[in-house]
Design a protein around this ligand. Structure first.
Ligand code: SAM
Length: 201
């Protein structure tokens, strides 16, 4: 789903956190919303070449000005780049397929990653490369994760509880407290966006 514009508006309250790192570009509506809500730098990774190419046209001005960077590839191969970003990052975890889309894509292209490339792995990779407690992590489509749609692992470790345990444990070891809140998402879908925020104790 595209991120909810209403939800992103809340992030304007944190003017220090102005780098938006999105995995899963689709048609670029997350980029558009991040631009509308004052992010200074937006990086977005998309595995499907057509979406990437379309967004190159859609955001050609912002790409030229250096505000937007688009990357074509599997998020798992690009998340390491956050280790070079010194400013706080809003990490938007949204790289997945719905079941129908996944099956269609498998027929069309070799670019499709195995279904195991779940939010859990993407978040783990992010944390291992950037543990700045001023970062925020946003996970979209929690609603489908709670229902256990096929594109999420059947293993609970990789679903909501696993993701929360991963993040909380990671920061606990560093004396940092994690809080998380669940928000309505695109189209006012209830309980769809998970937001992690952190505080040094
Ligand atoms: C829910 S959509 C993203 C919506 C977008 N973030 C927005 O706010 O409008 C998911 C996108 O993730 C892409 N995707 C799926 N697996 C991916 C991966 N491993 N790496 C990068 N992109 C991926 C899909 O092709 C699809 O375009």
């Amino acid at each position: 789903m595209p991120i909810s514009d209403r939800f992103l508006k809340q992030t304007e309250k944190d003017p220090e956190n102005r780098v938006f790192f999105e995995i899963g570009t689709l048609e670029g509506n997350g980029i558009r919303d991040a631009l509308n809500h004052g992010y200074d730098r937006i990086i977005s990774v998309e595995i499907v070449k057509d979406y990437y190419e379309d967004c190159k046209n859609r955001f050609s001005e912002e790409i030229k000005s250096g505000k937007v960077t688009l990357i074509h590839g599997d998020a798992a191969d690009h998340i390491q780049m956050v280790s070079d970003i010194k400013q706080p990052i809003t990490f938007f975890v949204d790289a997945h397929f719905d079941d129908k889309h996944y099956d269609d894509l498998k027929k069309e292209t070799d670019d499709v990653p195995p279904e195991e490339s779940f939010a859990y792995e993407h978040i783990r990779e992010f944390l291992n490369n950037n543990s700045n407690p001023d970062n925020k992590i946003i996970v979209d489509d929690i609603d489908t994760m709670l229902r256990g749609d096929n594109f999420w692992s059947k293993d609970m470790k990789y679903r909501l509880q696993g993701i929360i345990d991963l993040v909380v444990e990671f920061f606990k070891e560093r004396n940092i407290e994690t809080s998380f809140t669940i928000h309505s998402g695109f189209d006012k879908r209830p309980n769809d966006i998970l937001l992690f925020e952190f505080e040094r104790i």
